[in-house]
Design a protein around this ligand. Structure first.
Ligand code: AMP
Length: 115
């Protein structure tokens, strides 16, 4: 049985979300607490709790995650001006949801380095 997480519930539709993209492997929806004018999370349907848990057999999935995120950024209309991908990992990384996800942030000039 697949482990249940907040994001598996969003993917299944038992928790409502503003979905912007879905295919057989990934689901993308707007972050409920946006940190930028455009803030979308793209999540593999396979539950990998943290990026540090990824295994060699996940290499192709991780590659496809980035390519799917590129497609979502295009679809959101932020690709031309640029955007940022973020993966938080563990406590010091500020990860709250233990289901691997990539933040897609754009719609304004983002500061660097992060705080
Ligand atoms: P992280 O801190 O990297 O684990 O990111 C988790 C993100 O999930 C945060 O940016 C939250 O705002 C977001 N989030 C939490 N609950 C929901 C929800 N129900 N729908 C959409 N985004 C959510």
């Amino acid at each position: 049985m697949t482990e249940e997480t907040l994001f598996t519930k969003i993917i299944a539709g038992s928790i409502p979300s503003d979905k912007v993209y879905e295919d057989e492997e990934f689901c993308a929806f707007r972050d409920i607490n946006p940190a930028a004018p455009c803030h979308v999370l793209i999540v593999p349907k396979k539950v990998i709790p943290k990026i540090s848990d990824a295994q060699p057999e996940d290499a192709a999935l991780l590659g496809r995650l980035l390519l799917a995120a590129n497609k979502v950024a295009e679809q959101l209309g932020i690709a031309q001006d640029g955007y940022r991908y973020v993966i938080n990992c563990g406590e010091n990384g500020g990860q709250e949801v233990l289901h691997l996800h990539l933040h897609i942030l754009g719609g304004r000039r983002l500061s660097w380095p992060p705080g």
